[in-house]
Design a protein around this ligand. Sequence first.
Ligand SMILES: Cc1cc2nc3c(=O)[nH]c(=O)nc-3n(C[C@H](O)[C@H](O)[C@H](O)COP(=O)(O)O)c2cc1C
Length: 193
Amino acid sequence: METLDTVLTRRSVSRLSDPAPDDAQLLALVKAAMTAPDHGRLLPWRLVTLRGEERAELGARLAACSADDPHARERAAAKPLRAPLLVAIVFAPVAHPTIPRWEQLAATAAAIQTLSLLLHDRGYASIWRTGAVTHDHGVRALHRLRPDEQLLGWLYTGTAVSLPRPRRLPDPRARVRTLTQLAASGAQVEVCC
Ligand SMILES: Cc1cc2nc3c(=O)[nH]c(=O)nc-3n(C[C@H](O)[C@H](O)[C@H](O)COP(=O)(O)O)c2cc1C
């Protein structure tokens, strides 16, 4: 796909089925995603893949942290089964004298967006899902998180059951101003010192 087409047609897809990329295909895409900008090349993230029965293990943990109602538990247990492959995104910040945590988080998000674009380019689809469950002790333990690591959610991955239309995008001129336009607009200035 042409690069601009890949970017313009990527959508988050909720309904995903087989096939998902196999381990070798996924590793090749993860390697390519390592080209994302990353101050100091710290690679402050790691990924955990869940397929087949591994997804049911996560489902059991999600059920354990849901409300004490059998239907809610059933719904929670089924959540990880919504895609053939889940890629857990673990933020693993590195203690560094000059590169702050926020830059490392930005580098991680850049890598995941690159991965989702590459998946789309190869005919797969994905959606990044998060939620309060990412902070649950049992869910963290399942992914073997260290105390300094943070679970950022899962990239649910597979093949789109149906392809959503490209998103209608707002006018970019509302987001971009030249410095001269800003000065002329009399926009509020933060008072310093
Ligand atoms: C950090 C992050 C967390 C997200 N968490 C969820 C989520 O928990 N549930 C969900 O349905 N979508 C989630 N999304 C996907 C967004 O909702 C989706 O990107 C947005 O609706 C725009 O859709 P699009 O990607 O098709 O343009 C998340 C996206 C990001 C970047």
